[in-house]
Design a protein around this ligand. Structure first.
Ligand SMILES: NC(=O)c1ccc[n+]([C@@H]2O[C@H](COP(=O)([O-])OP(=O)(O)OC[C@H]3O[C@@H](n4cnc5c(N)ncnc54)[C@H](O)[C@@H]3O)[C@@H](O)[C@H]2O)c1
Ligand SMILES: O=c1ccn([C@@H]2O[C@H](COP(=O)(O)OP(=O)(O)O[C@H]3O[C@H](CO)[C@@H](O)[C@H](O)[C@H]3O)[C@@H](O)[C@H]2O)c(=O)[nH]1
Length: 447
């Protein structure tokens, strides 16, 4: 049993802290946000993540998982300190390091014995060294030692607990073999394979992994755009490509591009790190540009289908950046809906979970509904932005009866081809070819 303080109870701190408690450690999840900590103490979980509330309840009841807004006390009472604070995108695109620096200072001030400081936040190369310096500069007891480890997090929102419990690998970077071994042992109950390396390489692995996944997405989106022009079907193309084990089928789902709390900011941050190092990462900059352009396709396709959006009633299904989360960070809906409102459309929105997080971020003219059916009533077109299971399996026959015009813009290529064929929608996708159109070069069809 290790005594661990996890500093920062955002997505990563809360999920990884809870998973470390689940395997028998004593965890104090701490945060400067007292409102968040107080709600966690009352059993109210501030984020939506399947299975998280149940796991938190179980581990708090067992006394293994505690919450505190006294960060200093949590540091003093622990042997391993995980830094899991945010590193958001700054105005200039680089990672904003102010929270990591604040925490490092706090650790220095409360270093009352040997501790291993582990960085879980996604940070530029060199942060481990920076953290070491800040702690040293603020040490109350200069003879007390500590080691710094980089252990980046690879969980995905929506499947975070399973990702944490069944990691493909734990990346552990440190200059201290003793500290690296301690963190490797911490992961043993998960059965995780360990990849041990130096501090700087561990920090780079996280950015490189996210940038590579983002590249796969932008690549398949570019292929989808070509498919539309030449009459191929991107779904079949990505399936066929993915069967090559050197390529793999994951992250080849074409659509309106990536959003979320990580890919947008981490691609920008890596491009910035590259610039600073004197290397112009043109490839990554093209990935970012392709992603920005991809979400513009929605309104282009809408105009193509219904002409002007002015005065039209448009249903938007799905607001979160992906299913199974209420996270709205860099969600495509945040740029597409304001554009629709600007074009004069009356927007009716549905999301099974994310409405409350979305409302403050969207124009006040947007109307929200509790069911897909209510949302679709009298609409001139329906746009799918998130592939929630209830949206993917919506009753298209009912939808057809409720809507004024049966126009469907599927930004996630998620509606089964057969359903579209059966129900006579004017269907626009991102590079899919309707099943009954052979070799026509068309990407839209009226059945
Ligand atoms: N969200 C993800 O899915 C994910 C996955 C892998 C890695 N990451 C990385 O992990 C880090 C955390 O991401 P997140 O989404 O959990 O962040 P978040 O922004 O949701 O939460 C960060 C938390 O840190 C707290 N905090 C800020 N300064 C603090 C301080 N001085 N002391 C104590 N608490 C403080 C904030 O109040 C907030 O609750 C980021 O670097 C991110 O890139 C995120
Ligand atoms: O084939 C695909 C796969 C994903 N996406 C989009 O890409 C974004 C990110 O999806 P996903 O990676 O599933 O979610 P995140 O929770 O953002 O997780 C990513 O970002 C985290 C934070 O760094 C990392 O820990 C994870 O490993 C990494 O997958 C979402 O908008 C998805 O819709 C696609 O468009 N096509």
């Amino acid at each position: 049993m290790q005594k661990i303080a996890v500093i920062g109870t955002g997505y990563v701190g809360l999920v990884s802290g809870t998973c470390f408690a689940e395997i028998g450690n004593r965890i104090i999840c701490c945060d400067v946000d007292e409102v968040k900590i107080n709600s966690l103490k009352r059993g109210v979980v501030p984020i939506y993540e399947p299975g998280l509330k149940e796991l938190i309840d179980k581990n708090t009841a067992a006394g293994r998982l505690l919450f505190s807004s006294n960060v200093g006390e949590a540091i003093e009472a622990s042997d391993i300190i995980y830094i899991a604070v945010g590193t958001p995108m700054s105005d200039t695109g680089e990672a904003d390091m102010r929270y990591v620096k604040d925490v490092a200072k706090k650790i220095g001030e409360h270093l009352n014995g040997y501790k291993v400081i582990v960085n879980k936040s996604t940070v530029p190369v060199g942060t481990g060294e920076l953290v070491r310096q800040i702690i040293s500069n603020h040490r109350k007891y200069p003879t007390v030692h500590f080691d710094v480890v980089s252990n980046p997090e690879f969980l995905r929102e929506g499947s975070a607990i399973s990702d944490c419990m069944n990691m493909d690998r734990a990346v552990i970077g440190s200059t201290s073999d003793k500290a690296a071994k301690l963190i490797a042992e911490l992961h043993a109950p998960f059965g995780t394979s360990i990849f041990q390396t130096d501090l700087e390489s561990a920090e780079m692995i996280k950015y490189a992994a996210n940038a590579f996944l983002a590249t796969k997405i932008s690549f398949i989106n570019a292929i989808a755009n070509i498919c539309e022009r030449v009459g191929a079907d991107v779904t079949r193309v990505s399936e066929g490509m993915g069967l090559d084990s050197r390529i793999g089928g994951k992250f080849l789902q074409a659509g309106i591009g990536y959003g979320g709390s990580c890919f947008p900011k981490d691609t920008f941050a890596l491009a910035h790190i590259a610039d600073q190092s004197g290397y112009d990462f043109e490839l990554l900059k093209a990935v970012i540009r392709t992603n920005d352009q991809q979400r513009l396709l929605v309104t282009d396709k809408l105009k193509q289908a219904i002409g002007s959006a002015d005065g039209k009633r448009i249903a938007v299904l799905g607001l979160a950046f992906k299913p199974n989360t209420d996270d709205m960070r860099y969600a495509p809906s945040l740029s597409i809906i304001p554009e629709l409102v600007e074009l004069g459309a009356s927007v009716r929105a549905f999301d099974p979970i994310a409405v409350e997080s979305a409302k403050p971020l969207l124009p006040e003219e947007v109307q929200y509904f509790n069911t897909i059916e209510e949302t679709l009533e009298g609409c001139d077109a329906c746009i799918i932005l998130t592939e929630w299971p209830e949206i993917v399996s919506m009753d298209l026959l009912k939808a057809k009866r409720l809507m004024k015009e049966t126009v469907l813009i599927d930004g996630r290529n998620c509606i089964p081809q057969q359903s579209i064929q059966q129900h006579g929608f004017t269907y626009h996708s991102i590079g899919r070819r309707p099943v009954n159109v052979v070799g026509s070069g068309l990407h839209t069809a009226n059945f």
